[in-house]
Design a protein around this ligand. Structure first.
Ligand SMILES: [Zn+2]
Length: 104
């Protein structure tokens, strides 16, 4: 996979995640019903949403890091041991910064 393809994949993923985060933000900002039962359901929803939000934010951070590494030509190398990251691993996790061995 060449650099441009990788960048496109990362930017596409970044866009999708940013959209997800802002949608969740919008949902949190909505006015809440005062009815008790409704509130219980909503707080359960909130937990799911905030977990999703956290996940998306974490992924976004990794993507930003990967894009930066791409820019300085260090993309695809394990940040821990410096060895190249396995291509099949990069295909599944294009923003990973660790090789299989260091990630486990
Ligand atoms: Zn490694």
């Amino acid at each position: 996979m060449n650099t441009n393809q990788t960048r496109e994949i990362l930017l596409g993923k970044q866009k999708r995640l940013q959209r997800r985060v802002s949608m969740i933000d919008a949902d949190f900002a909505q006015e809440r019903d005062d009815d008790f039962e409704e509130l219980a359901v909503e707080s359960e929803n909130d937990e799911v949403l905030s977990a999703l939000q956290k996940e998306a934010v974490l992924e976004l951070e990794q993507i930003t890091k990967a894009l930066h590494l791409l820019d300085c030509g260090k993309y695809g190398k394990c940040l821990d041991c410096g060895k190249p990251i396995e291509p099949d691993r990069l295909r599944v996790l294009p923003y990973t910064t660790l090789c299989k061995r260091c990630a486990t």
